[in-house]
Design a protein around this ligand. Sequence first.
Ligand code: ZN
Length: 368
Amino acid sequence: MKFAVAVVQLMNIHDLNNESPETIRTAPVFYPRPDGGFVFAPETVVVSGCMLKSHHHRAMVEVGNEQGIPFCYLCAKGYGIRLAPPEFLNYLRKLGEPVPEEQAEVILGGREHDVLELCAGCDVHGFLRPQPPVLRRDSTIWFSFCVPLWTETDQGPSASAVLTHSRVLPEIAFVEEKAEEAVKEAAKKFYGPIPVGKEALAERVRQVQMVYHRMYASEVGAWTSVLDVDRVGVASTTGVKLPEEERHKRARAAILAYAPLLHGAMGASLARALPTGKALSVVAFVSRSLKVPFVPPHPAVLPNGPGEAADEFAGFVKLYSADGAVVWWSDPRMAWEPPSPPEGVDVLEADSPAGVLKLSLEYLGLSE
Ligand SMILES: [Zn+2]
């Protein structure tokens, strides 16, 4: 059983992948032109696949919690460090938030199926324990970079700009309640010579603002992801499988966890910044019997729109004598047409981005 998805979405004014306040992640990208040949964009704003994966992990914990799926302490807290080393566990103990002892035992020395039983996050997203006894599990889910579609603008396929923000220091909110001494302390801390008189001091403190710069970017971003449903709940080193019902619950949670990403929950600073985003096209490639994951071509390299991938998928499932369905949704205002069903593959039209996930779950027999 396999699930793959290709997504195109408008991402306006969002600090996509900031590495520091003033720099944003860019990558060199080659684009095919519809009329043949290629065009090169040396500094295209991108979101890394690792970033998308970590947002999916967080969403999966939220969805899974609702459904009573188990998560280890680290995944549940969103640490994103799977099978942490002893030093990290000690660090957490020092902070007064210790990992429960029986979980620490599994994390530090358990076999693969022990870890799968403990945590659906570690199961689906994979892990590495570099210290003995060494243990590694490949992720069952992968993400491409989010790369913009080619658009003919003066700046190339993405635009970015540094914006200046100012934030008032916390002392200011309380200045009226503070004694003169406290105001003096605050003033001393943030600027040089202290003015005379309480009123003058308060005025100076009010003027204190923290100015900082942050880089924002806009683009029509696209990404792909693959979920190897067959491997969820199966230990690759020992072959031990979790009960079928639990595996289905986890696979369903993993697919449902894509929904926030379809609506723009991605990028570096999601704790405080949301994009002015809109899904434009969501296409899923699903199969019940396929044994090898199909990696959909990235929409950024399909000059004729996401429907182009349907033929490639049909060729792929035919090669392995498997079934397949393309689940399609596109904003009606876009010029993209649903693909005409290629031989051996169904085309199912969904009525919304989330509807693609719903129809995919139904096709795979993973609906509740
Ligand atoms: Zn975990």
